[in-house]
Structures are given as C-alpha cells and as structure tokens.
Design a protein around this ligand. Structure first.
Ligand code: BG6
Length: 481
C-alpha cells in the first residue's frame, strides 16, 4: 500500500530463498520471473541465493533449464540463475530437512516458500521448526510464505493456523493472496484515503450498493483435479474477492502499518452477516459451464461450481443497508476484474421530462484488470434547447499515464517478504474471518440446498446471477452484464 511514499526503494537484505515445489508451475511461471524483475530493478542483489526443492530426479542445471522458459531473457536472469541450486527430496521425510539444514550451513536470513499442494503446508512448517530452521536471531530472520488455498473451510483453516502457530510466530508467517500484489488492488487504499471528496461520500448515506466481479474467460484447463475438489467459491471468494471487499469496506487505519491495516480489514470480514440456511440458498447462486464435466480429472457427475454469485451484508455503521454483490467464474464472455460502486439516486428530479427513475446513477468503477483504470459515470446537460440530463464518463487509464505491465504481482510480495513488511499478507484472523463468512453457503450447499445451473461457455454466466440482482431492482455492470 502507500507504505514507502517518499523513500526511494532500497535493496532487500541478503537472504536465501528456499522454494518447496521449486520445479512446479508456480515457481516457473510466477516466482522466477518476479525474481528476475526484482533483480533488473535493482531490488535484490548478488547476495540472494535460491534453493529449489522438488521430488524429481535432477541437478542444478536441469532445474535452471526448466526455469528458463518463463524468465526474462536478460543478463540479470543469467546471473541470478547461476545462484539457483537444486535439492531433491520428499517433503514428508525428516531426511530432507536434515539435508536442507546441512546445505543451508551458516546461512543467515532465510525465506521458506511453500509452493506445494496444500496438504504439505502444515507438515513442512512443523518439520522446519523441528530441524531448528525457524529459529531467528538478532541478525537472521526466518520466514515462511504459505500459498493458497489456506484451508478448505473454516475448521481446516483454523486447524492449519493452529498447527503453524504452535511452532512459529505470526510475525514469521506470510500468507499469500496474490491479488494483493496487484498495483490496482493496492490503489484502492490510495483512491479511498488520498481523495477526501471520495471518502466523504463513502458510506450508506450516498452509496446504494457495491459490485465486485472477477470474471475469467479461461476455463479450468489442466487444473481439473484441484478445481473439482475446490470450486469457484473456495478458489476465489474467501481470499481474492474478500480482499477487495475488505479494502472497499474498511475504516481508515490509524497508521499505515501492517497490523493497523490488517486489523481494519479483518473487521470488515467479521462484520459480514451470517445468513440463515434459507438466506444462503436464496443469496448464493452457483453455475457450471457446459462441458466442464468432460475436463480431464473432473468427475463426469461433478456438481462443483465454476461460477458463484453472492449477496452479502456488511453489518457496520458505515455499510448498514448496502448490499455487496460478489461474482466470479470461469469460461465467461471476457476477463474482467472490477469493483463498481453505485451511488444513490438524486432525492428529487428538478429536470422537466426526466423522471428521477430514468436518471442513471453516478458510478465509480475501479477497473482492476484488464485495461486498468478508474471511471466515474456522472450526468451532464445535453446541449440544446431542452433541459435534459445525460450520462457521461470520466475515464482514467493507467496505461495512458504510467508505464505498467510485465509484472506478475509477485515482485511486490517477494520484496516485501524480504523486507519484513506483512501489510500485503493475510493474518490468521483475516483468513478465519473470511472462511467464517462463506461457511454458511458451503454448509447450505452441502445439505443440497440450491441448484447448480449450467451456463454456456463465453456467456455472462447463469441466469440466477442476473435474477439475484433483478430481485432487488438492480443489474450487473460491465462487460459481464
Ligand atoms: C488463482 C485461482 O488464485 O487466481 C485461479 O486459483 C484464478 O483459479 C486466478 O484463475 C486468478 O488470478 P489472476 O491474477 O489471473 O486474476
């Protein structure tokens, strides 16, 4: 967030980054390119070393060659790749941790990055602690980065927090939500708290409702096994969409510190109203795209949702009476991640021939991806003899003003981890509050409440999602209308 407003970025301290799952997709596609970008931006130095751990037969050069594919082809990467070594081992065996300890020798600062399937998170942290690798000293930090999914429901997330926090301190844990690495997501805080006119109307007196959309055009692809055990709600809502909702809904923090910001965000999530089973059925819509069941490693009878829309209430003074509509899905018409804030109508129309009901509302649209920017829809007078109000848009596009792109979002996250800034990482209470808020929907669906509608690939999703808003006299905004 705007944590280092006036200081020039400094180089991260020397460290060793140990990647569990070093040969995997996440490491290849996202972590390594991000490290190479950090290197070319001068934010990591020659004293950053990387150990990739995997279960496959191989040596240092094979690991490096595998990582070349998505890395930028520049001199910085050539130097960085020379500092990457491979360690083969089984995450569940003590031998690996003894070998790792020997390999690390006198290494000072270490970040252990768990880019593995979720079932290994708890056991790896326990084994690291048992091997004495999580013990910090005044000159050496020991941190662990935990990827998502963090738990499968409230009970499992709470158990995982307990398991991890029984051997390491919360200050050592960096729970990743890669949405928080995105510039435009971080910009929500600046938009809100650096623009006083906006903050003045950011409440239930002026705001009618909020929509948060993360639509994807891609389908499940090769991730059938993971996805069929997860579904759209678990994959996107308690993490990514709730991060957006928390940033939109939070109160101003009393300082720009990690804990002050995370406390305010957690408060939004704990204020989400718990629906009754009947409300969960009515306010949660699930869809599955046609053909999903034919995906490799997906059950041919799968009822798993590839689309979800929810109506939620944030029961705080600021948001009482303002619904938050959230939706996300795969194989939709277009990629579109946006937050749309719709303001209340004018109390009385002063314009002849223009009924209040006909005036479109003011809207603020935070377009997170693609085509990053901010739009403000407002009314002007149509030139001519008639007094008629028409909607126009003020549109700001990041690309017109700044050089953006080419970054994965992981640059910020890795850099912050090395600096020890936890602002962009989820604290245990945020994770649990997120799961607690979606648990009533998971419970209702597990009891067979509500149906999973089929929707066409390339469409805007199931009809039920449109009906969810139509019921309240509203409609979805954007390309996914
Ligand atoms: C991941 C989900 O966390 O986020 C994926 O597991 C999803 O299913 C992805 O596609 C979306 O992220 P982005 O950055 O592409 O919007």
């Amino acid at each position: 967030m705007a944590r280092r407003p006036s200081k020039a970025p400094r180089q991260a301290p020397p460290a060793t980054l140990v990647i569990f799952g070093g040969t995997g997709d996440l490491a290849r596609r996202l972590l390594v390119p991000a490290l190479a970008h950090l290197c070319s931006d001068g934010l990591i130095g020659e004293d950053l070393h990387i150990i990739g751990i995997g279960s496959r037969e191989g040596d240092d050069e094979e690991l490096r060659a595998g990582l070349d594919e998505f890395a930028p082809k520049n001199a910085c990467w050539q130097r960085l790749r020379g500092r990457i070594t491979y360690l083969r081992g089984d995450f569940t065996k003590p031998d690996l941790f003894a070998e790792l300890k020997a390999r690390l020798g006198e290494a000072g600062n270490i970040v252990f990055y768990l880019a593995t399937p979720a079932q290994f998170f708890g056991p790896i942290v326990e084994s690291l602690a048992k091997a004495g690798l999580m013990e910090e000293s005044r000159d050496a930090f020991r941190r662990v980065a935990v990827e998502k999914p963090f738990g499968h429901d409230l009970a499992s997330a709470t158990a995982l927090n307990k398991q991890i926090l029984s051997v390491v301190d919360e200050q050592q844990v960096y729970r990743i939500d890669h949405f928080l690495g995105k510039e435009t997501v971080q910009n929500i805080l600046v938009a809100r708290f650096a623009n006083p006119w906006l903050e003045a109307v950011w409440n239930n007196r002026y705001i009618d409702h909020v929509q948060i959309t993360a639509a994807e055009a891609i389908d499940v692809g090769t991730r059938g096994a993971f996805y069929d055990a997860t579904g759209a709600l678990r994959d996107m809502v308690p993490n990514h969409l709730f991060q957006l909702m928390a940033l939109v809904g939070m109160e101003p923090p009393n300082a720009l510190t990690a804990d002050a910001i995370r406390t305010e965000k957690a408060k939004v999530l704990t204020a989400v109203r718990t629906p009754t089973p009947a409300e969960a059925k009515a306010d949660g819509v699930r869809g599955q795209y046609q053909g999903y069941r034919k995906t490799a490693e997906v059950s041919p009878k799968s009822n798993v949702e590839t689309y979800v829309a929810l109506k939620l209430w944030v029961d705080t003074w600021r948001w009482a009476g303002v619904p938050f509509y959230l939706r996300t899905g795969k194989a939709l018409k277009a990629r579109d991640t946006e937050v749309v804030v719709t303001f209340k109508p004018v109390p009385l129309s002063l314009f002849r021939d223009t009924a209040v009901a006909k005036l479109p509302p003011n809207r603020l649209i935070l377009q997170l991806q693609p085509n990053e920017g901010i739009d403000l829809d407002f009314m002007v007078k149509q030139p001519g003899p008639k007094m008629e109000a028409v909607p126009v848009a003020l549109d700001f596009r990041y690309a017109d003003r700044f050089t953006i792109g080419g970054r994965t979002g992981y640059e910020t996250l890795i850099y912050d981890m090395l600096l020890g800034d936890q602002t962009l990482f989820q604290r245990a209470d945020q994770i649990e509050a997120g799961w607690a808020a979606v648990q009533p929907f998971l419970d209702a669906w597990a009891k067979g409440k509500g149906k999973v509608e089929t929707y066409k690939r390339g469409s805007t999703g199931p009809k039920g999602a449109a009906e969810l808003l139509a019921r309240d006299g509203r409609a979805w905004h954007g390309v996914q209308k």
